[in-house]
Design a protein around this ligand. Sequence first.
Ligand code: ZN
Length: 87
Amino acid sequence: MSELEKMKEMLEDWPETFKERPELKSLLAQAIAELEKECEWQKNDSGHIDEYLTGCFQGFRVGHLDIQRSGYVFCPYCGRKIKEVKQ
Ligand SMILES: [Zn+2]
């Protein structure tokens, strides 16, 4: 089970120990939402066949025809998971 899955499980089954601390539950929910945000990448019309425009507005050449082949999973600029958006 990943750390994110553990966090979700804790949120669903909020421990008795923290019943008096609803603000912690709210913080956990915010952290989960932040971790689940993705960086949407789409092909950039720059003339380079391997260049993408990242969701955080950077140009990045992946070195292959597509992201899957390049092996990139996380955006090197914002650290979020990459989601490829096809035009
Ligand atoms: Zn990014």
